[in-house]
Design a protein around this ligand. Structure first.
Ligand code: SF4
Length: 52
């Protein structure tokens, strides 16, 4: 099964700027600390690396 990770985080060095697709084959999703919103901000990408 192939998987595609769409991502809008342009400051990450793994983000394909033109198509907004993560260049990694897999990522690790991490829970955000001290967040109990029940919304998407409960999670974050643990594979993020700043490109600057
Ligand atoms: S590693 Fe995470 S933040 Fe970076 S492009 Fe991939 S999904 Fe987005």
């Amino acid at each position: 099964m192939s998987q595609k990770i769409n991502c809008e985080v342009h400051s990450c060095k793994f983000n394909g700027q033109e198509n907004c697709i993560c260049l990694l084959k897999n990522i690790t999703v991490m829970p955000c600390k001290n967040c109990d919103s029940g919304n998407p901000d409960e999670s974050k990408c643990g594979s993020y690396e700043c490109k600057y």
